[in-house]
Write a protein of this length. Structure first.
Length: 169
């Protein structure tokens, strides 16, 4: 099994925390590669990713795109995977416009991308965005996606069936 060293560009999650997330009722062990970091990119970062990986000696990366109204890095992520298939494990794009619940379109596109390819994990769902001083403020506080909404619950059920990892914020 190849060891993947990852360039940290955002959140980190503890491998021990992942191991503790097993259900008491049904213990399902994940036997894939474990990650303790993730990287996300905007449009136009293809060459930067390769240069920084080479300079720092990073051999492989879990990578996903950022989707905002200003930028869509998915083409770069897909091109990197196509041109360097052994270097990248790619996740679904991270949407920045989700509020309350994930949209039906997000649900369809995410599950399709995991079932039919090319994605291997959910890039990131922003359940809370309270760690940024510049985050969007609403009447109810910081923008967030509720883990109890119908589409989120359906997504999580489908991800369990697919055994697809998900990055959360």
């Amino acid at each position: 099994m190849k060891r993947f060293l990852l360039m940290i560009a955002g959140l980190t999650i503890s491998v021990s925390a992942l191991a503790m997330c097993e259900s008491e009722e049904k213990s399902v062990k994940y036997h894939g590669v474990l990650f303790d970091a993730m990287a996300q990119i905007d449009r136009g970062m293809y060459d930067q990713v390769l240069t920084k990986m080479d300079k720092s000696g990073v051999q492989g990366m879990a990578l996903f795109a950022r989707l905002t109204h200003k930028s869509n890095g998915d083409a770069d992520v897909l091109a990197l995977k196509k041109n360097f298939p052994q270097k990248f494990i790619i996740g679904t794009p991270k949407w920045f416009d989700l509020r309350g619940d994930v949209s039906a379109m997000y649900l369809r596109q995410t599950l399709s991308g995991l079932r039919d390819g090319p994605y291997q994990f959910v890039g990131e769902i922003m359940f809370a965005h309270g760690d940024k001083s510049h985050g969007e403020q609403t009447a109810s506080g910081e923008r967030y996606v509720s883990a109890e909404k119908p589409n989120v619950l359906q997504l999580m059920q489908e991800l369990q069936i697919l055994q697809a990892p998900v990055m959360t914020h």
